[in-house]
Design a binder for this molecule. Structure first.
Ligand SMILES: C[S@@+](CC[C@H](N)C(=O)[O-])C[C@H]1O[C@@H](n2cnc3c(N)ncnc32)[C@H](O)[C@@H]1O
Length: 374
C-alpha cells in the first residue's frame, strides 16, 4: 500500500536543501499545467511503445525511443513507497556479496547495514547466503526501515506460505495471528514473496508449521532491527562505519533530489574501502552521485546484477521504477550499470561520527533511532 508521507525524508536539515537542489526538470514537472498534461503525454507515448513490434523495441533506435519515454515517465509520475519484496530477490547480487566477503580472513568480523529492509526478506536472504558460504564470519547486521509496523513484522520472521487473498475480509481469517501474518506477507506483493526460492531453500531457511514459514533462529542471530530514516544523518552517528551498506529498491520511489540526499547519507555509512550496493534507483541519479564522489564501480557480475531482478526489468520504459536494458554499446556502461561500488571515503564527513556502532546498547539518547534486538 502506498504511504505518501514517506516519499520525502523528513529530516529538518534536509528540507532546506531541497529547493536549491531541485533540477530544472523537476521544477518544470511540478508546475500545475504540466501536471494536468502529463497523463496524456505518458499515455500516448506508452501506446506508441506498445504497438512497436518487439524487433523494433530491442533495436538501437527502439531503445533510444524507450529511453526518452522512460525519462518522461520518471519526470512526470508521482512516486510512492511500497513494501513489496522477495526472498532471494537478486541472486547475482547475493553471489557478489559473497565474493567480496571472500577476501575476509577466517573468523573476521563483518558489519553490514541493510537500509529499507521492509518485511525482512532481503536481510534473511543475506544471512542465509553468507551463512552458507562463510559460516566462520562474525556478522553484525543493522536492518533499518522507516516504518515501525513493517519492521516489527520483519523482526518476527513469520510468513504465510499461502498466496494470500488481499481482498479477503478480516473475518475470513480464523485468528488474529493468521490475519496479521497472511495480510502482511502479501502486502503490496504483485507476486508470491517466495516465488524466487527453490523448495530446498525454503526448507533450509524456515521451520514450516502448517501454512506458516518461520525463519530459523540461527538466521536471526546478529540482526539489530532499527526504525530509522536512511536519509537521517543521526543514523550515521548511531551505526558508525560499515563494511557493506545495502540501499536497494527504495530510492527509485523518491524524487531525484531526495534520492540524491539519501544516497549521500548511505555513502557516509560505508567505511573507507567498503562497499555500497545500490539498485532500484534512477540511473541518472546514481551515476551523478557516483561521479561526484569518485566511487569505483565493481565490474564483477555487473551485467548479471543489473539484470538479476526480473520485477525491475519488466516494467521498462512505462514505469518510473523500472530499469533500462543493459546497453553494451554505451561508453559509460561501467558507471551507469554497476549496482555495487567501492567507496574511498571521499564523501563529506559528519561533524562527529562516533564509529562505535550501537550493538549491545538499548537506548541512544537524542537519536531518532530505536533498537530492536533480533
Ligand atoms: C520496496 S521496499 C524495498 C524492500 C527491500 N529493500 C528489497 O529490495 O526487497 C521499500 C521499503 O523502503 C522503506 N523506506 C522508504 N523510505 C525509507 C527511508 N527514508 N528510510 C528507511 N526506509 C525507507 C519502506 O518502508 C519500505 O519498507
Amino acid at each position: 500500500m502506498p504511504y505518501p508521507h514517506l516519499t520525502q525524508p523528513r529530516h529538518p536539515a534536509l528540507s532546506t536543501m531541497k529547493n536549491k537542489s531541485q533540477s530544472v526538470l523537476e521544477r518544470f514537472a511540478n508546475s500545475s499545467m504540466l501536471q494536468r498534461f502529463h497523463e496524456v503525454c505518458i499515455y500516448s507515448a506508452g501506446l506508441a511503445w506498445r504497438i512497436l513490434p518487439n524487433s523494433m523495441q530491442v533495436s538501437a533506435l527502439g531503445r533510444r525511443y524507450g529511453g526518452s519515454v522512460h525519462k518522461m515517465v520518471q519526470a512526470f509520475s508521482s512516486r510512492s513507497q511500497y513494501f513489496s519484496t522477495f526472498f532471494m530477490r537478486n541472486r547475482p547480487e547475493l553471489e557478489l556479496m559473497c565474493r567480496l566477503l571472500d577476501q575476509k580472513d577466517y573468523g573476521a568480523s563483518v558489519s553490514m547495514a541493510v537500509l529499507a529492509c521492509s518485511k525482512g526478506a532481503e536481510v534473511y536472504s543475506i544471512m542465509w547466503k553468507i551463512g552458507s558460504a562463510r559460516p566462520d564470519l562474525k556478522l553484525t547486521v543493522y536492518a533499518v526501515d522507516i516504518s515501525e509496523e513493517i519492521l516489527e513484522f520483519a523482526q518476527r520472521g513469520i510468513y504465510s506460505l499461502d498466496q494470500p487473498d488481499m481482498s479477503a475480509k478480516p473475518d475470513a481469517f480464523e485468528t488474529i495471528q493468521e490475519r496479521d501474518v497472511s495480510w502482511n506477507t502479501g502486502r503490496d506483493q504483485n507476486a508470491w514473496i517466495f516465488e524466487r526460492m527453490t523448495k530446498a531453500e525454503i526448507d533450509s531457511m524456515f521451520e514450516i508449521d502448517g501454512e506458516e514459514a518461520r525463519i530459523k533462529p540461527c538466521l536471526k542471530k546478529g540482526i539489530n532491527w532499527i526504525r530509522g530514516d536512511a536519509g537521517d544523518e543521526e543514523l550515521v552517528r548511531a551505526l558508525g562505519p560499515q563494511d557493506i551498506v545495502i540501499a536497494n529498491r527504495f530510492l527509485c520511489h523518491m524524487k531525484p533530489g531526495d534520492a540524491r540526499r539519501c544516497i549521500h547519507n548511505a555513502a557516509r555509512l560505508v567505511r573507507p574501502g567498503g562497499h555500497l550496493f545500490v539498485s532500484g534507483i534512477d540511473l541518472d541519479v546514481r551515476m551523478r552521485v557516483a561521479r561526484e564522489l569518485g566511487w569505483q564501480p565493481i565490474k564483477d557480475l555487473m551485467r548479471d546484477v543489473h539484470e538479476g531482478d526480473p520485477s525491475l526489468r519488466e516494467g521498462w520504459p512505462l514505469k518510473y521504477w523500472a530499469l533500462e536494458p543493459f546497453d553494451s554499446d554505451r561508453p559509460d556502461q561501467e558507471i551507469r550499470y554497476a549496482s555495487v561500488f567501492r567507496l574511498g571515503g571521499t564523501h563529506a564527513p559528519l561533524a562527529s561520527v562516533s564509529g562505535a556502532g550501537i550493538a549491545n546498547s538499548v537506548a541512544v539518547p537524542g537519536l531518532a533511532v530505536q533498537r530492536h534486538s533480533g
